[in-house]
Ligand binder design. Structure first.
Ligand code: UDP
Length: 259
């Protein structure tokens, strides 16, 4: 599959694109203007690296994504340390907001699916204030019963949206897209996790100092202890990273001692 000029590499087996924000936006623009439907955009973080390594069907679906961004310094640091590659950290919410800005300028149509009704509604209202003229052609909360999903798909297709944001959290949003992408007539789908709760301002984003230091996850751990599992995944990620680095070092010294 062509990804323009964007190079794809791997971190502990998980695919990741070497791309900065301007490159990502160029890619989004190409995808909206291309013929192909159902291009997916996902954000990779240490937790997803671990879940992909335990779920081969999710991994295969991820592999086919049109764009995979590095959401989390864990990924940025791992790329530097293991591969010597510089990847810009682009959070899912930052990419989503940039896409909203681009869509407003170009007149692309957006559908927003996911989160609780009050957060979905408040986020849409907020986006309309942030980007005057934005074309949000439909929205739905993320708690619709299974038997109503086809009605939702019909609503999305009838809205003629170019871009679908799916905010169901991971891996629910990937599972949803894997199942229904073949019948969705949208150009792009981005999984945005809990972004609508942040946009609606029900969930606070970490203060700028945490964001700048790449420590948003520490802030979330302190203020939302239900996210301790993220800490556990980070630990597993770090151990795997260390093992991989040691293995690479051993292989290099083995090769050089044989010459
Ligand atoms: N959510 C949803 N439907 C569901 C389960 C979850 O719409 O059946 C929403 C939930 O309200 C929240 C988001 O999905 O807005 C999950 O956010 P979280 O931050 O946990 O996702 P992550 O970014 O960690 O994948």
């Amino acid at each position: 599959m062509s990804r323009g000029d964007i190079q794809r590499t791997r971190i502990l087996g998980a695919p990741i694109d070497i791309v900065d924000m301007p490159g990502a936006m160029e890619r989004v623009n190409q995808l909206v203007n291309g013929e192909k439907l159902g291009n997916t955009i996902f954000a990779l973080n240490p937790r997803k690296v671990i879940s992909l390594s335990n779920n081969s069907s999710l991994k295969a679906f991820f592999e086919n994504a049109a764009l995979i961004i590095a959401d989390g310094y864990g990924i940025v640091i791992a790329a530097r340390w293991l591969l010597g590659k510089k990847i810009e950290r682009i959070t899912g919410i930052d990419l989503m907001l940039s896409i909203c800005q681009l869509a407003t300028a170009k007149g692309y149509k957006i559908f927003i699916f996911g989160a609780e009704e009050r957060d979905n509604r408040a986020a849409v209202e907020k986006l309309r204030v942030m980007y005057p003229g934005i074309s949000i052609v439909g929205r739905s909360n993320g708690y619709i019963p299974k038997e109503d999903v086809f009605e939702l798909i019909e609503k999305i297709n009838e809205s003629k949206a170019d871009i679908l944001f799916v905010a169901l959290g991971s891996p629910k949003q990937e599972n949803f897209l894997e199942e229904y992408l073949p019948i969705l007539n949208v150009k792009i789908c981005q999984g945005i996790g809990g972004a609508l709760e942040v946009i609606s301002e029900r969930r606070k984003r970490a203060p700028m100092i945490y964001q700048k230091l790449g420590l948003e996850w520490v802030y979330r751990l302190i203020y939302n202890p239900s996210r301790y599992s993220n800490g556990k995944y980070l630990l597993i990620f770090l151990v795997k990273l260390l093992k991989c680095k040691l293995l690479m070092r051993n292989n290099t010294s083995h090769i050089s001692s044989n010459h």
